[in-house]
Design a protein around this ligand. Structure first.
Ligand code: DI6
Ligand code: FE
Length: 397
């Protein structure tokens, strides 16, 4: 296939904008990109899709979601509007644990069926790769069930799925006050079982006063690394627990949230090459006031990614373009940083070298937008200007 007359944002070196560009695809890979005038003769006979000046970007990558889960938490949304806080609801046994109850009661088929409409919305907003975490099962069997359901998504819909083991997401009621026993008896055994089934691409945990401390997570991260699996961490979302420095010490691919990130944490992430994943949907939903230290991250050269954090509690958000808009308006990212954050930098947060930019040899996952400048994707609020999507070298039907 040959795309012609595109306004191309290759996302190599910033936007990497090429006007009146062509992109030649060979099966599921990009074969050539450049100005129309330079198109080699060999590609001129390929079946042509005229983009008529439309913006073409890499397919969007959502590098942090909890898209597989049962039920919803609209009642908590109402409770928060009446004054309850996210942490209070969690301590009273609601929050993550109410989704755990629902997820334990669901079958693998039910989990898959309830996730598909959400994934469909993400795809309709431009996603071609989605990370999905476990973390609402909190038993060996229920964590495996979630990861198996997540892996089945890519057999049902045209999207790549990356799966993350997040058994260390919350302490289930049967382990109240016994975080270390939970890690030893459930989190680590479920990691071994899931890895044995080929269900794990990375290992994540929630580091917070209402979840786990760095000390409690040490053995889990050591185990992940012994299995050759990369780690990442939910850290400094509601308070500074020095999670970022801990994760960086384990060579984390990313540390996510980061509202309360300290200068020390920034330094550790910069020297480890850890990506900062910012999640403005959770900040917005919980009406947080402490903004992540974006200017300091930028100054330290820490690469930033942007994701939806799609989950039933703190971020019921399925649109990456809306996450980009929030990242700009709430956190003052530039539109260029926001688009890098859902393409090239999101790929880095997942350890994927074969996507996130438009360049020969990389995957042919592309979005064609009803837009002519890449800043339009961040600028519109709640719009989905997707004109067409190409996944693995083929246009969606
Ligand atoms: N932080 C989050 O934003 C999600 N998990 C986490 O550790 C929220 C999960 C939920 O509220 O269900
Ligand atoms: Fe999350």
């Amino acid at each position: 296939m040959l795309l012609t007359h595109a306004t191309l944002a290759t996302m190599s070196d910033g936007y990497g904008l090429i006007r009146d560009a062509a992109v030649a695809l060979d099966c599921d890979r990009v074969a050539w990109t450049g100005p129309m005038a330079d198109l080699p003769a060999t590609y001129r006979s390929l079946p042509e899709t005229d983009c008529a000046g439309r913006l073409v970007t890499p397919g969007l990558i959502d590098c942090h979601t909890h898209a597989v889960h049962a039920g919803h938490r609209a009642a908590e949304f109402e409770a928060r509007l009446k004054g309850a806080s996210y942490a209070e609801i969690a301590r009273a046994g609601g929050g993550i644990l109410s989704t755990v109850t629902a997820t334990r009661a669901a079958t693998e088929d039910e989990l898959l069926a309830s996730a598909l409409p959400r994934i469909h919305q993400m795809i309709a907003a431009g996603a071609t790769t989605i990370e999905v975490k476990s973390g609402y099962g909190l038993t060996v069997g229920d964590e495996l069930k979630m990861l198996r359901a997540a892996r089945r998504i890519s057999r049902e819909l045209r999207v790549s799925v990356v799966t993350t083991h997040l058994a260390a997401h919350a302490i289930p009621p049967e382990y109240t006050g016994r975080a270390e026993a939970y890690i030893a008896e459930v989190a680590i055994p479920s990691l071994h079982a899931a890895h044995g089934e080929g269900l794990v691409d990375a290992v994540d945990a929630f580091c917070e006063t209402i979840a786990f401390s760095p000390a409690e997570l040490e053995s889990l991260f050591a185990e992940a690394r012994a299995l050759g699996l990369p780690v990442k961490l939910h850290a400094e979302q509601l308070s500074d627990q020095t999670g970022a420095a801990f994760a960086a010490r384990h060579g984390a691919l990313s540390v996510d949230h980061l509202e309360y990130l300290s200068p020390n944490g920034i330094k550790a992430m910069a020297s480890a090459g850890t990506v900062a994943v910012i999640l403005p949907g959770a900040f917005y939903t919980l009406r947080e006031t402490q903004v992540p230290p974006i200017a300091a991250l930028r100054a330290a050269g820490v690469v930033m990614a942007v994701a939806t954090d799609l989950n039933p509690g703190s971020s019921p958000l399925a649109s990456l373009p809306l996450a980009m808009n929030m990242a700009c308006t709430l956190f003052r990212l530039t539109p260029e940083e926001a688009l890098l954050g859902t393409t090239a930098h999101a790929a880095r947060a997942l350890g994927l070298a074969d996507r996130g930019r438009i360049s020969p040899g990389l995957r042919a996952d592309l979005c064609i937008w009803d837009a002519t400048h890449p800043a339009e994707l961040s600028y519109r609020i709640g719009a989905t200007p997707l004109h067409a999507r190409i996944f693995g070298g083929r246009l969606d039907a």
